[in-house]
Design a protein around this ligand. Structure first.
Ligand SMILES: [Mg+2]
Length: 233
């Protein structure tokens, strides 16, 4: 019986794909860096590599801030201050509280049904907190854990210990972890013995060694999992 629903933020509740693309374009414009069709894909690839290194514990959340734009500038042979560019990008990103379609209705419904809702995000404080605030959702969550604030990222069990602490230490079997990332969200749930839902809207291929308890394509399927399993069906 799930009572505590722990949601990843980016691309699970928030449309990070859209927010990032817009914020990146604004940043390039601001710093006078010429953009071609290749520019954003190059950044995305580098950024993805940096986050994977973070998830493997090879770099810290702090290090990502300068590293990703340093590698990006090197890749396009441009010059600039990576930290300044990163700060501006984050500022632009923090303003964009685009929620995925139906996310807010689902959260409000689950809240009114009595579920405890939390945010678990491998993100940066100056982006995540204002975004949740701007979306008017701060008070809907009983716990919010942001990796940068505690210096530990998903899937490390210590990350989840922070969330559990804010929730007065629930039993793992009462907790359901919902996220779009197998390496951080689903592996994180496995690491702490909680059930997991892989939110996989684009039907990506899974992984042979990381198995979510459930896989859903949309919020209707997610509701079905939550309600059926909570009712003991
Ligand atoms: Mg995500």
């Amino acid at each position: 019986m799930y009572k505590y629903l722990l949601f990843d933020a980016d691309n699970t509740l928030f449309d990070f794909t859209r927010a990032s693309k817009v914020a990146f374009a604004e940043t390039m414009l601001h710093f006078g860096i010429e953009q071609t069709e290749e520019t954003y894909p190059i950044y995305l690839e580098i950024n993805k590599g940096c986050w994977q290194r973070l998830e493997r514990g090879e770099i810290t959340p702090r290090e990502i801030k300068s590293l990703r734009f340093k590698l990006f500038l090197d890749a396009i042979t441009a010059t600039g201050n990576p930290l300044e560019i990163n700060d501006f990008y984050l500022q632009m990103l923090a303003e964009k509280n685009y929620l995925l379609d139906g996310a807010e209705e689902m959260l409000r419904e689950l809240k009114s049904e009595g579920y405890s809702l939390s945010i678990i995000t491998n993100g940066l404080k100056i982006v995540q907190r204002p975004r949740i605030e701007r979306a008017g959702l701060t008070h809907i969550f009983d716990a919010i854990t942001v990796s940068e604030e505690i210096g530990i990222a998903k899937p490390d069990p210590r990350f989840f210990a922070d969330t559990f602490g804010q929730l007065d230490n629930p039993q793992a079997e009462d907790v359901l972890i919902i996220g779009d990332n197998l390496l951080s969200d689903i592996q994180g749930g496995i690491n702490i013995g909680a059930d997991t839902v892989w939110y996989n809207p684009h039907g990506k291929n899974g992984s042979t060694n990381i198995s979510p308890t459930y896989e859903v394509r949309d919020f209707a399927e997610l509701r079905k999992v939550i309600y059926e399993k909570s009712a003991g069906v």
